[in-house]
Write a protein that binds this ligand. Structure first.
Ligand SMILES: Cc1cc2nc3c(=O)[nH]c(=O)nc-3n(C[C@H](O)[C@H](O)[C@H](O)COP(=O)(O)OP(=O)(O)OC[C@H]3O[C@@H](n4cnc5c(N)ncnc54)[C@H](O)[C@@H]3O)c2cc1C
Length: 338
């Protein structure tokens, strides 16, 4: 069976890995010069299924836990130290509200917070600790997936290869798996972009081991430690489709939140500001949409809508994609018309 994947983001690469592991030959077509440089490039890499349920459907927690197991097994860079949720002292009510809407956490008092994260000593009186959560560096992960596919599974990557929708049901391929992210908007009547802006800061004065989620009135801000004294600070959630415009207000809010978590962020170097559109459906759940071809070959599967859960959901979604292709499986939650 010949399978081609359009788009080398986290969705395309995880689908490719699962098919490759089953012995299929895969070709990936990516319009850019490298895989992983679309929306996936800007992700924080939070693997936080229990926290996310605060504002997401239970399916996200279920599939998120499945994906967490996948990343821990497949990618040695997965950091399994849990995550911590804090709020400014005037917003303890917010923390209690967050606790009511989530599960699988422990309340921490100041001394316990300092034990886990010495740099936060004396800064917060209470926190929630989601011990089983994890995080990864998306860029290293995407590079690692690309290398594994190339070296271990002989997957062929075709770069500078923009495939138009008219070419999708080409019977030269048994299956085309469309993982174009927000660029596939024309194939889905309800796909919208939710803008996310982020920052990368560098500071040798701060040493955090795990993501810190700071409850903020407009959007959840998180600070995620990366290698070489770097910290990703993200991310705004703005309902517009301005793919690249980063506003001063957003950057001010992200920096204020970082400063509130630790004042040493005030002296940090700004390494990068980034922005992209999260591909999202009205219910913020992903979708698999199957298009039949009247010829024996040339079936198309559109896979999209990973919203703010690309890394959290992609492995679980890829597993369903394999099941649809191999066993004609049907997943009601994500395969009703989109
Ligand atoms: C600031 C920010 C922070 C985020 N933080 C997190 C997080 O902490 N955890 C998490 O799980 N998710 C997070 N997300 C969400 C996550 O990044 C997305 O859900 C995910 O990247 C979507 O992946 P994708 O593969 O569908 O799309 P993309 O990564 O955009 O991949 C699509 C690929 O298809 C290619 N392409 C498009 N059209 C064509 C064509 N015609 N032919 C060939 N190639 C084509 C593109 O170049 C691109 O490489 C965040 C997003 C943002 C913006």
């Amino acid at each position: 069976m010949r399978i081609r994947i359009i788009g080398g983001g986290v969705a395309g690469l995880t689908c490719a890995l699962l098919f490759a592991k089953m012995g299929f030959e895969i070709d990936i077509f990516e319009r850019l010069t490298q895989a992983g440089k679309g929306c996936s490039w800007y992700a924080g890499g939070m693997l936080a299924p229990w926290c996310e349920v605060e504002s997401a459907e239970p399916l996200i927690a279920k599939w998120g836990q499945e994906s967490l197991t996948f990343w821990k097994a497949e990618f040695s860079g997965t950091q399994s130290f849990g995550s911590i949720v804090v709020a400014p002292s005037r917003d303890t009510a917010e923390l209690k509200r967050f606790a009511r809407r989530t599960e699988n956490f422990e309340w921490l008092e100041a001394d316990k917070i300092a034990e886990l994260e010495p740099d936060l000593e004396g800064r917060f009186m209470a926190a929630l600790y989601f011990q089983e959560e994890a995080h990864l560096d998306p860029r290293t992960t995407l590079e690692n997936l690309t290398q594994r596919l190339t070296l271990e599974y002989d997957t062929k990557f075709h770069y500078n290869a923009e495939i138009s929708e008219a070419e999708f049901s080409d019977p030269a391929w048994d299956w085309t798996i469309d993982c174009r992210g927000f660029s596939a908007q024309a194939s889905f009547k309800n796909l919208r972009g939710v803008k996310g802006e982020m920052l990368v800061l560098k500071s040798s004065e701060i040493h955090l081991k795990r993501p810190i989620r700071f409850l903020h009135p407009r959007f959840p801000v998180y600070i995620i430690p990366r290698n070489d004294n770097m910290f990703m600070v993200g991310a705004t959630m703005i309902e517009n489709s301005e793919r690249t415009r980063i506003t001063a207000r957003s950057i001010m809010e992200l920096l204020n939140a970082a400063y509130a978590v630790h004042p040493a962020f005030g002296e940090a170097e700004i390494i990068e500001m980034g922005c992209d559109l999260r591909p999202s459906f009205p219910d913020n759940l992903p979708r698999i949409k199957r298009i039949e071809n009247k010829f024996a070959k040339g079936h198309v599967l559109h896979v999209n809508g990973l919203y703010r859960h690309g890394f959290l959901l992609a492995p679980a979604l890829a597993k369903r994609v394999v099941d649809v292709v191999l066993t004609n499986a049907y997943f009601k939650e994500i395969m009703d018309e989109a």
